[in-house]
Write a protein that binds this ligand. Structure first.
Ligand SMILES: [Zn+2]
Ligand SMILES: [Zn+2]
Length: 306
């Protein structure tokens, strides 16, 4: 309890200039004593109140508040009690001061932690926004593909962004809340109380910012879910369309091929007929015609099985 404070609240010694003259006192001025000094004996002043006392009444010695660099001085029993109480109170005040200082340090480090958390949340928020923009671009591409729609239906590769963004969501587990320790503000010195109020205000605004970031994150997660849903829906639609188009084309191609073959065989048939007639042969061999028709049928059957 080294007293760095020079004066102590609750006790102020009477200045020496106001002390009564000890050489002129006839009796000890303590009410309970009143001892007469006689011819030889002579009283001394109490360093607290200045009262002239006998040596028995000045038996205690204390460091006087306001004179901490001086050695202990003799004091009367009244002043001894008052000074002891004053020192005790100062000691308690110093203790409270240290406790408050400790709480302040703790809260400052909590604030720093919160600030760091807040900035890392902001970073993750930025990253999520980037993912969202990429997904939007992917969806635009898918929509364009769907409108041209002459793709093969093997277009099943799921975009890697979905997995990446899912792993990012898990990072956003609810942030741990730090609780501030409570201080008996009425007991603190004024400047400490002021500092504490400022810290409280800063903490409140930080909490506000944290809430906002959490709300933004929730919105982003929802938005991403919506986008993923839309994406899978578009993929399905795309596949369906591709199959329909493919089927239509196959049917068209088959019909075209069959028509072409029928036309070709008819031409061949005609050519053969002409060739045979130019050689002045008899009417075309019935066997040949049969073979030709069988060939034609086989061709058509082959194409239909495609
Ligand atoms: Zn005294
Ligand atoms: Zn006395």
């Amino acid at each position: 309890m080294s007293a760095t404070v020079d004066s102590v609240q609750g006790f102020s010694p009477v200045p020496q200039s106001q002390w009564p003259d000890a050489s002129k006192a006839k009796n000890c001025q303590m009410d309970a004593c009143r001892k007469s000094f006689g011819l030889m004996g002579k009283g001394s002043n109490c360093y607290g109140c200045g009262r002239v006392c006998c040596s028995a009444c000045l038996s205690q010695s204390m460091v006087i508040p306001g004179f901490v660099t001086s050695p202990s001085r003799p004091v009367c029993s009244y002043c001894a009690v008052a000074i002891a109480q004053a020192w005790e109170e100062q000691s308690n005040a110093a203790m409270r001061c240290r406790v408050l200082q400790h709480i302040l340090t703790e809260q400052t480090s909590q604030l720093e932690e919160l600030t760091q958390k807040s900035s890392s949340l902001r970073d993750e928020n930025e990253a999520l926004l980037g993912v969202k923009r990429k997904l939007e671009v992917d969806i635009e591409l898918l929509k364009m593909e769907s409108s041209t729609s002459m793709r093969s239906h093997n277009n099943e590769a799921s975009p890697p962004q979905l997995q990446r963004s899912a792993s990012m969501i898990t990072k956003f587990a609810s942030p741990t809340t730090t609780t501030g320790s409570s201080v008996d503000a009425s007991a603190s010195p004024q400047d400490l109380a002021k500092k504490k109020t400022q810290l409280d205000i800063r903490e409140a605004s930080l909490n506000e910012a944290k809430k906002k970031i959490a709300a933004d994150n929730a919105k982003l997660v929802k938005e991403r879910e919506r986008v993923a849903e839309e994406e899978s829906w578009i993929l399905q639609e795309l596949q369906g369309k591709a199959q329909v188009i493919l089927h239509d084309h196959l049917v068209d191609l088959k019909a075209l091929a069959i028509a072409q073959i029928e036309k070709d065989t008819a031409e061949l048939h005609e050519q053969l007929r002409q060739l045979l007639s130019s050689k002045e042969s008899p009417a075309p061999n019935a066997q040949h015609e049969k073979e030709l028709k069988a060939l034609q049928k086989n061709h058509i059957a082959e194409i239909k099985t495609l």
